[in-house]
Design a protein around this ligand. Structure first.
Ligand SMILES: Nc1ncnc2c1ncn2[C@@H]1O[C@H](COP(=O)(O)OP(=O)(O)O)[C@@H](O)[C@H]1O
Ligand SMILES: [Mg+2]
Length: 229
């Protein structure tokens, strides 16, 4: 009799591992037929749904309450999110520009949600507001802390920087942003940026040049959704 037949598969697998670890002949693995039912473990769809649940819980954590119902509806934003789902490292970054209140941040969180809902193997999106990001980097305990945070932002598998340029001006701001954006560009990591500037040149020449090279730019028109017409 094969004692593993009456056990649940996880216990049986663990038992085989323990036996193998002690140099004992392992019992043959039971045939693992993929389940035909998407509601059952063993079916790829079952596992994709579990991953999506975990990813969406993370999305909710990084998303401000105002944007928790956000869905990507802009065709270019939907296309970008779907490209990231299909091939994160083969997808250019995305720059959403346009006036205040035209829905850029809404679309950005909508895109992050869409990527989570696809149930990626790993969902480690990081979302920062640019002004908060500079504040945090300035307030860091020392050069080491600043570098550590810079590294986190530069290496996050998916990074969203909201309202870039709201704190424009200093050479330090441009340098910090350039370093993050450039590292991500070199390492083929997708970045999603929103900015009020219709013309990225306003963000500084070096940064604008890098952004225009690495990003698909989508211009948002229309009136300010926050002000009643
Ligand atoms: N497609 C949409 N459906 C519903 N509300 C939206 C939509 N797009 C934007 N909003 C709302 O309009 C306001 C402005 O949008 P927001 O994305 O913050 O603009 P921006 O980032 O361009 O300044 C927010 O309150 C947002 O929740
Ligand atoms: Mg915004």
């Amino acid at each position: 009799m094969n004692p593993t037949n009456s056990m649940d598969p996880a216990t049986a697998a663990r038992l085989r591992e323990i036996l193998a670890g002690r140099g004992l002949t392992t019992l043959p693995a039971p045939p693992s037929e993929p389940s035909a039912d998407p509601d059952e473990p063993g079916h790829p769809e079952y596992h994709r749904r579990r991953r999506a649940e975990t990813a969406l819980a993370r999305w909710e954590k990084i998303t401000p309450r105002r944007y928790r119902t956000a869905e990507a509806t802009d065709p270019a934003v939907i296309a970008w999110a779907d490209a990231v789902i299909a091939d994160p490292s083969g997808t250019r970054s995305l720059l959403l520009t346009g006036g205040t209140g035209t829905g850029k941040t809404h679309q950005a969180y909508g895109a992050l949600r869409r990527i989570a809902a696809a149930g990626p193997e790993r969902y480690t999106a990081v979302s920062v507001n640019a002004a908060d990001m500079y504040g945090e980097l300035r307030a860091a305990g020392g050069a080491d802390d600043t570098e550590k945070r810079l590294r986190q932002l530069s290496t996050a598998p998916l990074l969203h920087i909201d309202d870039l340029g709201a704190a424009k001006g200093s050479a330090w701001v441009e340098e910090v942003t350039y370093r993050i954006v450039n590292t991500r560009y070199n390492d083929l990591l997708p970045t999603l940026i929103t900015t009020n500037f219709a013309d990225p040149e306003a963000l500084g020449e070096r940064l604008a040049s890098r952004l225009s090279e690495m990003c698909r730019v989508v211009v948002f028109g229309g009136s300010d959704r926050r002000r009643p017409r």
